[in-house]
Write a protein that binds this ligand. Structure first.
Ligand code: AMP
Length: 432
């Protein structure tokens, strides 16, 4: 007996519990995916699907050498001279596809959304998996603050579509441009260096490699050291300051509630200006629902000759499910068929098999019993499957040219001429 790899999970036709976590079934996943699509298409976004496998260099450059993802979380596959990686996120792949297919030639701003699996070699825990699913939006080709605001608005609209607005907290910040961030990093290093002995081992390492990442420390002692540290806001250019002010103005106008968080950073060089994160209430350690920002430097980092301004967000679907579970929000259960065809006897079964086909062609979902079982067994299954109607055909019904149709939700039953069955089952109630 084999088991799924730890940190991966099956999505079954129904919800199930495992280790105190609800793993939702395919009906709930479809519902979530379809609402996400609906919301993002409402912003004029178009779907893009990129491969799960990408060149390792794309991810190394596109996600960044200094990140945990690249340093320790990549699933790589060696194949001859090439090394592939299972994509840990989708922004770099979307930018690759944008550049590869010259999507700027379609004209205007490209709003591309995706939904699909991502892979990171993490230590699995509740809400943190090795194969998980993200949806996200990349707005490529616009440097206007309205693009940043639209991206945040689209992200918030998804959570609003699930009634979660009041259970989330949006934090935003401006990271300015790489040069001013560089100067800030220097200043931060100078501020912290005399206290290096009070820093954790990780933070000490980051003091050299990427001091900005110390800003999101959880340690009280380190937070105290940061309290009187220089602030990034004083380093960023006037242009970036204005850009940020415009983003905030648009968000205010649209009634999107946020908190400014000067400690919110993304360590990578290609991030510019707007950065944001969305947290959910009551989710414990894995509270991050989604995050994103402006990444005007990414295209060049992955080989473009020109700058391509872009902003995007990425969100975890498993985290969204955690938030929905915490909110006790109902999600669809298994999908029930419209009709269960109960056929008794060989002749009736042959007739019912053909009839099932016709009903399906007419748009009904129809289950035909494959076991030539008793009436009782078939009716039991029809009920278990939650079918709306049971259509019962035996020798008598064939002879009389009438089928028994039972409305399984209401419990009433009526004869319907076989020739009128298709028409009769189009409605929602029992045909008169
Ligand atoms: P990131 O690209 O790390 O900013 O991730 C974007 C979102 O994906 C996060 O806010 C989470 O909701 C989700 N996410 C990231 N890593 C995982 C993981 N290992 N398991 C489940 N969800 C994840």
């Amino acid at each position: 007996m084999y088991q799924s790899i730890p940190g991966t999970f099956d999505i079954l036709p129904h919800d199930y519990e495992h280790g105190g976590v609800t793993f939702y079934g395919t009906p709930a996943w479809r519902e979530v995916e379809s609402r996400v699509r609906g919301v993002l298409q409402g912003f004029g976004a178009e779907e893009i699907r990129t491969p799960s496998l990408e060149p390792v260099e794309l991810v190394a450059r596109g996600v960044g050498q200094g990140t945990d993802i690249v340093q320790k979380e990549m699933f790589t596959i060696e194949r001859g001279d090439a090394t592939f990686v299972l994509r840990p996120e989708v922004t770099a792949p979307v930018m690759r596809a944008f550049l590869q297919h010259r999507l700027e030639q379609r004209g205007g701003t490209q709003r591309l959304y995706y939904i699909g699996p991502c892979y990171r070699a993490e230590r699995p825990q509740r809400g943190r998996y090795r194969q998980f699913h993200q949806f996200g939006l990349e707005i490529i080709g616009a440097d206007d603050p309205s693009a940043d605001a639209e991206c945040i608005a689209a992200m918030m609209a998804v959570y609003a579509a699930f009634g979660l607005t009041d259970r989330t907290r949006l934090r935003i910040n401006s990271l300015g441009e790489p040069e001013s961030r560089q100067r800030f990093a220097e200043a931060l290093r100078e501020h912290l260096a005399p206290h290096a002995d009070q820093l954790s081992e990780t933070s000490r390492r980051r003091l050299d490699s990427n001091p900005l990442r110390i800003l999101d420390t959880k340690s009280e002692q380190e937070r105290a050291l940061l309290a009187d540290a220089p602030s990034l806001a004083t380093f960023i250019s006037e242009e970036s300051r204005q850009h940020y002010a415009s983003v905030k103005l648009l968000l205010d106008g649209a009634g999107i509630v946020y908190q400014e968080d000067p400690l919110l950073v993304r360590g990578l060089d290609y991030y510019t200006r707007t950065a944001f994160e969305l947290e959910g209430d009551g989710l414990g350690a894995q509270a991050a629902l989604a995050g994103g920002g402006r990444y005007d430097g990414l295209a060049e980092a992955v080989g473009s000759k020109s700058t391509v301004p872009a902003v995007g967000f990425a969100a975890g679907i498993e985290r969204l499910f955690l938030a929905l579970a915490a909110a006790e929000a109902p999600l669809p259960q298994e999908s029930a068929p419209d009709v269960f065809l109960v056929a008794l006897g060989e002749e009736a079964r042959a007739w019912a098999f053909k009839q099932a086909q016709e009903l399906r062609m007419a748009g009904r979902s129809v289950v035909f019993d494959l076991g030539a079982r008793s009436m009782k067994a078939q009716m039991k299954e029809a009920n278990r499957k939650g079918a709306r109607f049971a259509v019962i055909v035996g020798e008598d019904e064939l002879a009389s040219g009438q089928a028994q149709v039972r409305d399984l939700t209401k419990g009433d039953q009526r004869s319907v001429p076989l020739s009128e069955l298709n028409a009769a089952l189009q409605g929602t109630g029992l045909p008169a």
